[in-house]
Design a protein around this ligand. Sequence first.
Ligand code: UDP
Ligand code: MG
Length: 309
Amino acid sequence: MKITYSIVAPIYNEIDNLPELHRRVKEVMDATGETWELILVDDGSTDGSTDKIRELAAQDESVRPVIFARNFGHQVAITAGWDYARGDAIVIIDADLQDPPEVILELVKKWKEGYEVVYAVRGEREGETWFKKFTAAMFYRIIYSITDVKIPVDTGDFRLMDRKVVNVLKQMQERHRFPRGMSAWVGFKQVGVTYRRAARVAGVTKYPFRKMLKLALNAITGFSYFPLQVATYVGFFSAGIAILAIPVVIYMRMMGSGAFFGQATTLIAVLFLGGVQLISLGILGEYVGRLYDEAKGRPLYIVRDAPEE
Ligand code: UDP
Ligand code: MG
């Protein structure tokens, strides 16, 4: 059977959201009058979501489960969704219903107008702490300003992509992934649709600060060399100050000033440069570690159970 729409939802401990997700996606997709499938990627859930997914699949043949052997992370779960999707258009959606399935119809409308990537822009966000909103806003803006690709701000992974785009993305086998950056990088005809991001229906966020930081690092290292260049800039800057300081100090000494005597000044200078060097080494380490991961060439994810074609 030819499938028009593949809806991909990554699942990590979302047991209480699954029936509602399935119900709303089904309602919306049936209204299109075209064929669709719902790919539920179980990212190593431990709360029984796995069995719930199997149950839904047994009831409804449109549901196709992909079960991971362990937790590989949201980005990798999305990737598996791309790999198993058979549709002409692929939609990525959060399982907690923060991305209302009804918005899919608006994405579809733009797709039918000929856009190949239709991303959903978060206009308002409900039910999230100011800390989450603030860090998210900062995150999008920092990424936007230092990466080489113009990744739309206030945009998550909720989007529709044409088959052509997903075929290109499937060839991008990088290990530390930032799907929304990848989908901006490929080009094609892109457009944004603004929506209201709802509150979670059930459960809690699976994105603590630590994971957000990791995602930010993936985004920056994956799409920019800027952090590597910072060492060069700071190096030139400190060397410049040092050179300028030499004649000043000589002059002050000749005038009999004792302004720069003492260990404190030396210590500050040494600690400052030592700090800058260690930070630069750490940044280098981030990139080298990533290179090492690429070199190992391990599979991106391990599937315990996958749907047959
Ligand atoms: N998720 C996942 N693996 C993870 C963390 C999250 O598949 O390791 C899924 C999660 O089940 C949800 C989506 O990614 O469907 C977005 O996660 P969440 O709602 O916790 O993030 P937030 O909306 O708070 O940024
Ligand atoms: Mg969420």
